[in-house]
Design a protein around this ligand. Structure first.
Ligand code: SF4
Ligand code: SF4
Length: 425
């Protein structure tokens, strides 16, 4: 089957780099996590088997590799549960990417998984091709198992723990992806220390669960389910972990929200679209080649096109997709535009903007209270780290600065409290 060729010249509105999350098995998963927004997406393709064909696989891999202008290209997979496709599907994906790569172009393969289907063979394959694996774990068993259950409602922690151990034994680079929800939101240190001390994880990403009540599974409605994280608790969760991290783990444990914040205080673009001023460069590819504006907007109103008819880079560069990304900035309510921590938040993800500001303007982020309080709290330490970096020193020196401050002097973090009541050892 012939598929679209790379447009020459490259569309002027195409970003130099963009990211596509491909869902080879669509929303299909072997688990049934209570809060999972993907499962409702089955209704989008009634009667479909949800398996990416060889043609779509070949088109996606070729188009994503040839669209990338930087020396490193990411081929990313998620679901649903992508390992349901079987290991041979991913062997073909790797072969196709290697065949398409230009001389000197590095390939980074990533996969997000619940881990329950991983075996020694899988892990050897992931290690051989240096996959970066995102493993979903919501904390120790009593917290993880509240919502992360299989189709029979049975707990999954033991299977996920086994996957972590297998991945570690094979030396696979693995990040922990932890959703923060009503069950674990009040246990930040229990969750953090479990990842750091029990698992030995070094890269953590905390994802707030904001699940709106509706019948469609789309981003509509303005009330949330009782599984969703509370906005104030979300801020307190990040703050509690930050306060432990800033005096003992800087440079050894990497937390995405803290990396994003430091990037904002240093004045360089962060890694996450959610805190960027505009977005639109992180799209989602369905099993049949349909491309959506974002993984959180896999719904008919945000279908950009199909890569079997139009090249990926043309779809990413399309006025429709650029408008989607610019709307993140252009629809910010005045309350955000005048917010002192806007530079580090930017109103966060549009999917969560469904409440009104104190003066009644729509479009405020449901999580605002949490972000405001967390980002205000970290201002002092972030300034210290940004200052160290500006002097050519290392950000982790902040730990010594805070711990060894004279105990009866004001804490250098700027809290206004005496050091002995703040960060001093
Ligand atoms: S809608 Fe949210 S998750 Fe999607 S690209 Fe924009 S900021 Fe990122
Ligand atoms: S903290 Fe709240 S007001 Fe400030 S930018 Fe973020 S969402 Fe807007």
């Amino acid at each position: 089957m012939s598929t679209p060729a790379l447009p020459v010249p490259r569309p002027l509105t195409a970003p130099a780099s963009f990211h596509v999350l491909a869902k080879p098995s669509g929303p299909i998963c072997n688990l049934d996590c209570s809060y999972c927004f993907f499962l409702s997406k089955e209704a989008l393709y009634p009667g479909d088997r949800f398996r990416m064909s060889d043609d779509v696989l070949a088109a996606y891999v070729r188009q994503v590799v040839e669209s990338e202008t930087s020396p490193e290209v990411t081929v990313a997979w998620q679901g649903g549960e992508p390992t349901l496709m079987g290991i041979d599907f991913f062997r073909r994906a790797v072969e196709l990417a290697e065949a398409a790569a230009r001389p000197g172009q590095r390939l980074l393969h990533t996969i997000q998984t619940n881990g329950t289907l991983l075996t020694d063979e899988w892990c050897a394959f992931l290690a051989e091709h240096r996959f970066l694996v995102g493993l979903s774990v919501d904390g120790p068993a009593p917290l993880h198992d509240v919502y992360r259950v299989d189709k029979k409602g049975a707990a999954t922690f033991d299977r996920v723990r086994r996957a972590w151990d297998l991945l570690t034994a094979h030396g696979v680079d693995t990040n922990v992806l932890c959703t923060v929800n009503a069950a674990n939101q009040h246990a930040p240190l229990e969750v953090y220390r479990f990842f750091r001390d029990d698992l030995g994880a070094r890269h953590l990403q905390f994802i707030p669960i904001v699940e709106r009540v509706n019948d469609t599974g789309f981003q509509e409605g303005d009330t949330v389910t009782d599984r969703s994280v509370d906005p104030v608790a979300w801020g307190a969760f990040l703050t509690a972990i930050f306060d432990e991290w800033i005096v003992r783990d800087v440079g050894t444990v990497f937390v995405r929200a803290f990396d994003d914040a430091l990037a904002a205080w240093v004045g360089v673009p962060g890694g996450s679209c959610i805190v960027a001023e505009t977005c639109g460069n992180a799209l989602a590819l369905e099993h049949n080649g349909d491309l959506y504006s974002c993984d959180h907007f896999v719904e008919p109103a945000h279908l950009v096109g199909n890569i079997m008819q139009t090249h990926l880079v043309e779809l990413v560069a399309s006025p429709r997709q650029r408008a989607f990304g610019d709307a993140k900035r252009d629809t910010l309510p005045r309350y955000c535009r005048e917010c002192p921590v806007r530079f580090a938040c930017n109103g966060e993800c549009p999917k969560n903007r469904f409440v009104t500001t104190p003066d009644g303007e729509p479009g405020l982020n449901y999580l605002c209270a949490g972000y405001r309080s967390f980002l205000t709290h970290v201002d002092g330490p972030m300034r210290l780290m940004a200052g160290l970096l500006a002097e050519g020193r290392f950000a982790d020196e902040v730990m010594g600065v805070l711990r060894t401050a004279p105990r009866n002097e004001p804490c250098p973090c700027g809290s206004g409290r005496k050091a002995k009541h703040c960060h001093a050892a």
